[in-house]
Design a protein around this ligand. Structure first.
Ligand code: AMP
Ligand code: ZN
Length: 465
């Protein structure tokens, strides 16, 4: 039985899909800059969820949006449009910015072995669907116009505080946000910005005609419009980081439930916790912004970052430091070498891996407990009673969830010259002849050339020093 924590109920619940195919929507990236490794943690967590559902034989339809319009620098409808700001920063058009960072995001996903969604959908290609949904909200009586913009009246929606457990009396727009005097209540939000009305978007280049004037949609409407188009009026799982609980997802629920007259709109809300650095949450706007490309430049492998993420539960904060990443890179290297050794090994033993499999499955089915699942995998790898090929088969099955690409793990290619290869061969011969003195001399010679010898069960291996 698969149990997952639902933010809506604040409990772990048995997962029971609405229909045969699980409908799963993930809030995708805002493509005005590279994703940072905190964002990427969110997509690794959603990937583990998707893989666990597949492991449990569920069919899935996974939809992910690309936010290429209307997401302001502040969630509370003030500030500038992030994409427009990116275009200004880089001297490119908004469309070029969105295309470029969509591509870099997809490249990062591939490197991290994150499976692609069944449907990618861009906000700018679904403006009509958004306008249609706003019309439905308007007909249902939940909107008002002010200063030219169209707003959602949160005071009329009785379930507004449910997801975030907000205390509505305390709700004031934070001091950091510029208060929008058009709003009747601080939590109200924009459904449609008209270029006349918006004090923030006068020079907006992305704009469309609408019943509320020429302008552009508010950020929250896109996920409702696109999810209903591809997954229907109600669906099973919606994912994102915990920062989305109080504003973005709360507002999405308000829109979807009033437009489509459903409750609950989404059955299970899945939220990952943050990747944390010394200064706090890693954020695109802050200096502590690290991208996957930088990790690679420094010699860390993308899959070792995935391994790092698997080592902590998705609902816990994950502390990032270079030292922690160094340790993980070493553990990942050992893990990889052990996998290769098992794959090449012909050692016999018991073929029964059922107790390890049972432990692995109870870990992942207990709200995706990846740290325990990883520990069970390591236990199995080190269990000498089990035949190597049975071990390898079970580990490959576990990898359907872990996504470490175990089948593709290869030894590091060492570019050693023919001369060094010859010295290594001679040393092997010396060892066979039990000429330890010569063997040691040859080892020292190889070391002077910059290589260490590691004697493994499958023969000597060269490592760069
Ligand atoms: P964005 O591209 O800003 O819309 O963010 C993409 C995803 O990353 C969202 O689901 C966010 O909730 C999530 N996210 C943002 N910052 C972090 C972080 N430091 N750690 C984990 N997830 C994050
Ligand atoms: Zn969303």
């Amino acid at each position: 039985m698969l149990k997952l924590y639902n933010t809506l109920s604040r409990k772990k619940e048995e997962f029971v899909p609405i229909k045969e195919t699980v409908g799963f929507y993930s809030c995708g990236p805002t493509v005005y800059n590279y994703a940072h490794i905190g964002n990427l943690r969110a997509y690794i967590c959603a990937d583990i969820l998707k893989r666990t559902l597949k492991y449990n034989n569920y069919k899935i339809k996974h939809v992910m949006n690309i936010t290429d319009v209307g997401h302001l620098t502040d969630d509370a409808d003030s500030g500038e449009d992030k994409i427009e700001k990116g275009a200004e920063r880089e001297g490119k058009t908004v469309w070029e910015i969105a295309d470029f960072y969509t591509k870099t995001f997809k490249d990062d996903m591939k490197k991290l072995n994150i499976q692609e969604p069944d449907v990618w959908c861009k906000a700018t290609e679904h403006i009509k669907e958004m306008i249609d949904m706003i019309k439905k909200i308007e007909t249902a009586g939940y909107t008002y116009s002010a200063g030219g913009n169209l707003y959602f009246d949160t005071s009329k929606f009785k379930h507004y505080s449910e997801l975030a457990r907000l205390k509505l009396d305390d709700l004031k727009e934070g001091a950091r946000t510029e208060v929008d005097e058009n709003k009747k209540h601080p939590r109200d939000f924009v459904l449609w910005f008209s270029l006349e009305g918006s004090k923030f978007g006068k020079s907006h280049t992305m704009k469309w005609e609408s019943p509320w004037g020429t302008g552009y949609p508010g950020w929250h409407i896109e996920c409702c419009a696109m999810s209903s188009k591809y997954l229907g009026n109600q669906f099973d799982i919606h994912s994102g980081g915990i920062d989305h609980i109080p504003v973005h997802h709360t507002n999405e629920i308000a829109q979807a439930e009033t437009a489509m007259n459903v409750h609950p709109w989404v059955k299970l809300w899945f939220h990952n916790n943050f990747l944390i650095v010394k200064e706090g949450k890693m954020a695109k706007s802050a200096e502590n912004f690290l991208k996957l490309g930088l990790l690679e430049k420094k010699g860390y492998r993308p899959l070792s970052y995935r391994y790092f993420c698997l080592g902590s539960h998705y609902r816990s904060e994950l502390n990032f430091s270079w030292k922690a990443l160094d340790n993980v890179e070493n553990s990942y290297e050992k893990f990889k070498n052990k996998i290769i050794e098992i794959r090449n090994n012909k050692k016999g033993g018991t073929t029964d891996t059922s107790s390890h499999i049972k432990k692995f499955e109870s870990a992942i089915n207990d709200d995706l407990n990846t740290p325990v699942a990883l520990a069970v995998t390591l236990d199995l790898m080190n269990d000498d009673k089990i035949a190597a090929d049975s071990k390898y088969a079970a580990i490959c099955k576990f990898d359907e969830v872990l996504g470490l690409n175990i089948g593709e793990m290869k030894e590091n290619k060492i570019e050693a010259s023919a001369n060094i290869q010859k010295l290594l061969k001679d040393r092997e011969q010396a060892r066979k002849n039990k000429d330890w003195k010569l063997a040691d001399e040859l080892r020292d010679k190889i070391k002077k050339e910059g290589f260490e010898i590691e004697d493994t069960k499958t023969g000597p291996k060269l490592k760069k020093t």
